[in-house]
Every structure is written in structure tokens, then in C-alpha cells.
Write a protein that binds this ligand. Structure first.
Ligand code: XUL
Ligand code: CO
Length: 437
């Protein structure tokens, strides 16, 4: 059946278009440098926000009633899947992402849950045969069900650790079956509320053990997708263990896991951690750990994870700048971990929201490419650090200098001159590029 009968395939019409159901900047076949926009951006639709969310918030009941919502259980899951593939094709996205429970209902037992999942994954595989859409990543939801109230791999209850292992084992089998390019670990309730009842050392050791088991099992079944950790500082727990990229890196180093993981950076998680989106992408990039992106944005006035569609050009431009500097995202992509606002309850809003996000990143890509082509920031930064290219600076970088030679140098050169950092000039130049590039 057809679910979005009012919408035809979304095409690129260019910036002069007034058609709300058309791309103004995202032109999948347009080349930017050596790759097409589609290859650079690798957009993915998030199953949970687009096909299962219903507008519920802590103060109100659902506002969104989709045509498939009249069904229940497996019938609902099957209808959603059909609607999802229609949506992917009309939006012309190359990827999608899901949690196990978004795509298939939980049963009364783990056996029944797995049986449901097998049936839905079989159907998904059929749809994927005739569609160009591929699985960017899947993951296990180990935060919604009450059994996870103390966490999953960091629960105080070993039975929950075992259950979680079974969920991720199944998730990796699904990833292999559907040819997922990545597998994501967002530590939904891996954290704590109070140290009055928490053995943080044991919980983190257990998380390290859990990740090693996952790595071993992926190897055993021959799943060669990229493992991704998605940092977030808080919500739902007060202290999420994978706080930000730097904290995640320390965890991976401590438990000897760095070679098996990269990061999935979410914009709204970055800002919740008190960082910019660019900071998190940059930190991952300079450590060779930038894997994928959950493309959304937060509301600077609200202190929680609002998961809005990304429309802030400043942020998408600087994000694409980091991604281009990274040489692309490899197996990763830009997943819209974003939901339409509660009053945007009509089906058409799902399209408008994705078009807004895709155009914002396409434009960001164009501007970032031009900035790099012209060496605007590169040349400035290169010059700013030029003192490390010769003389005493070169000695510092090469390891030739020590405190003795540096003291001798400083005693002869204590009349230091500095150069301006030119923050305002650079911001004005960035604005020029945003407006005109
Ligand atoms: C939650 C979040 C998740 C992960 C996948 O804040 O971002 O949806 O992306 O579990
Ligand atoms: Co996310």
C-alpha cells in the first residue's frame, strides 16, 4: 500500500525553487571536489524518530497519528517497514539506522523477541534487495525496558549484563545479515545517579569486558562493520560514562579497545557536554577516531536533548569542514537522529524536516569545500604556528630541545612579540563565505 500518497520523489530544483518538497542545495549527483554530494554526505534516516515517535513528551500524549498506527504488534511492524521503504525512496537517501525494538516488537520472552526480529529482518532484507537503501548501522535499545533501570552492561545485576550480552550478540548477527556498515553503542543507561550506591570501578571494568566480548563475537561471525561509541554526558543518567570523545578515548585506551572503535558524534550530545559540535568532531578527527555523525541540533535555551533537525548553517558548515579535513567519514554517514517538533504532527513534516537537514548539510559542504580550497583558515593557522617550523620551535617539535637549551634561549630572548589571533576578522570572513560561497 502507499502511505505518503501526497508526496512524489523529492528532486533537486535549486535555490530559486519555492517548492517545499524539493531540494534547494542537495543535488546528489553534483560533484564537490572528487566526490558527489551523495558520496560525501551519506545521509541516513533514523527509524525511531521518523516511524515510531508519536509526539509524546513528559507533559502530553501523542500528537502524531500515522496511517500505520491503527495496527498492532507484528502487523504494525510490517506496515511501518513498508512505509519506511517508501519514505527512503521518496527522499532518495542512501541509508537508514534502527534500534532492535524500533523495527520489531519485544515479545514476552527473549526467545519470542528474537523470533519476531528474525521475521522482520527477513522482510527488511527483501525490501533491501529492490531498494538502493543500505543499513548505516543498527544498535540495541538497552534503556527503555524496566529491566535496564540500573543500566545494561554497567548494571549492578549480573542477570542484566547477561541479557544485554544476548541482545548485542543478536544485534551483531542482524548487522552481519543486513550488511550494516557500522554497529553503534550508545550507553543509554550506562552511567549513574549517585555514588552513594554505585561501584563505578566495577561498572566500568564490566563495560570494558562487555566491549571485548562484542569485539570477539564480531570476529567470530565475520562481521567487519565499524564499531562506534556514541558519547553523551547526561540524560537519562546524571553521569553517563561515555561523557564526550575525550572521556570515551580514555576508556578505550584503559581497556585496550582503541583499535576496534571509532566515535559516532551527535551534535546535541556535544552541546550538552559543554562543547561545540565542531569540538567533538575535531577531537575525534585529530585522534583518528571520527567514525560517523548523528546529525541534529539542540536548543541553546534548553538543557536537554531536543534532537532537532539540523538547520544551523554555521554548525553544518563547520561540521563539514571537519569531515572534509578527515578525508570523509569512511563507513560512517550523517544520520538524522532528529525528530519533528510536537506541533509538526503531519506526515508532510517528516519530509520537510529531512529536506531542511539535507539542504543545510549540502550547503555546509559547499561552503566548507570552498573554505578549504581557498585555504582561508588553513593558511592563517599555518602562519600562526610558523614559529615551530624553524629555530627553537623546530627543536621543540623534533625533541631536540630540553629545559636547559630552552632556558638558555629564553634568557637571550625575553623581549617577546606576539601576533594577533584575529578572531573577529576570521569570523567575518567565514560569514562572507556563508553568504557568498
Ligand atoms: C540518544 C541517542 C540514541 C542513539 C542510538 O540520545 O542519540 O538514539 O543515537 O541509541
Ligand atoms: Co544519537
Amino acid at each position: 500500500m502507499v502511505y505518503f500518497s501526497d508526496v512524489n520523489k523529492i528532486t533537486f530544483e535549486g535555490k530559486a525553487s519555492t517548492n517545499p518538497l524539493a531540494f534547494k542545495y542537495y543535488n546528489p549527483t553534483q560533484k564537490i571536489g572528487d566526490k558527489t554530494m551523495e558520496e560525501h554526505l551519506r545521509f541516513a534516516v533514523a527509524y525511531w524518530h521518523t516511524f515510531t515517535a508519536n509526539g509524546t513528551d513528559p507533559f502530553g500524549t501523542p500528537t502524531m497519528f500515522r496511517s500505520w498506527d491503527r495496527l498492532k504488534g507484528m502487523d504494525l511492524a510490517k506496515a511501518r517497514l513498508e512505509a519506511a521503504f517508501e519514505f527512503f525512496e521518496k527522499l532518495d537517501v542512501p541509508y537508514f539506522c534502527f534500534h532492535d525494538v524500533d523495527i520489531s516488537p519485544e515479545g514476552d520472552t527473549l526467545r519470542e523477541t528474537n523470533k519476531n526480529l528474525d521475521e522482520i529482518i527477513g522482510l527488511t532484507k527483501e525490501y533491501m534487495k529492490t531498494s538502493k537503501v543500505k543499513l548505516l548501522w543498527n544498535t540495541a535499545n538497552m534503556f527503555s525496558h524496566p529491566r535496564f533501570l540500573h543500566g545494561a552492561a554497567t548494571s549492578s545485576n549480573a542477570d542484566v549484563f547477561a541479557y544485554s550480552a544476548a541482545k548485542v550478540k543478536k544485534g551483531l548477527e542482524v548487522a552481519k545479515e543486513l550488511g550494516a556498515e557500522n554497529y553503534v553503542f550508545w550507553g543509554g543507561r550506562e552511567g549513574y545517579e549517585t555514588l552513594l550506591n554505585t561501584d563505578m570501578g566495577l561498572e566500568l571494568d564490566n563495560l570494558g569486558r562487555f566491549m571485548h566480548m562484542a569485539v570477539d563475537y564480531a570476529k567470530e561471525i565475520g562481521f567487519d562493520g565499524q564499531f562506534l561509541i556514541e558519547p553523551k554526558p547526561k540524560e537519562p543518567t546524571t553521569h553517563q560514562y561515555d561523557t564526550d570523545v575525550a572521556t570515551g578515548l580514555a576508556f578505550l585506551h584503559k581497556y585496550g579497545l582503541t583499535e576496534h572503535f571509532k566515535f559516532n558524534i551527535e551534535a546535541n550530545h556535544a552541546t550538552l557536554a559543554g562543547h561545540t559540535f565542531q569540538h567533538e568532531l575535531h577531537t575525534a578527527r585529530i585522534n583518528g577516531m571520527l567514525g560517523s555523525v548523528d546529525a541534529n541540533q539542540g536548543d541553546p535555551l534548553l538543557g536537554w536533548d531536543t534532537d532537532e533537525f539540523p538547520t544551523d548553517l554555521y554548525s553544518t558548515t563547520l561540521a563539514m569542514y571537519e569531515i572534509l579535513k578527515n578525508g570523509g567519514l569512511g563507513k560512517g554517514g550523517l544520520n538524522f537522529d532528529a525528530k519533528v517538533r510536537r506541533p509538526s504532527f503531519e506526515d508532510a513534516d517528516l519530509f520537510y524536516a529531512h529536506i531542511a537537514g539535507m539542504d543545510a548539510f549540502a550547503r555546509g559542504l559547499q561552503v566548507a569545500h570552498k573554505l578549504l580550497e581557498d585555504g582561508v583558515l588553513e593558511n592563517f593557522i599555518d602562519d600562526r604556528y610558523s614559529s615551530f617550523k624553524e629555530g627553537i620551535g623546530a627543536d621543540i617539535v623534533s625533541g631536540k630541545a630540553d629545559f636547559h637549551s630552552l632556558e638558555a634561549y629564553a634568557l637571550e630572548n625575553d623581549q617577546i612579540t606576539n601576533k594577533s589571533g584575529r578572531t573577529e576578522l576570521l569570523k567575518a570572513t567565514l560569514n562572507q563565505y556563508l553568504i557568498e560561497a
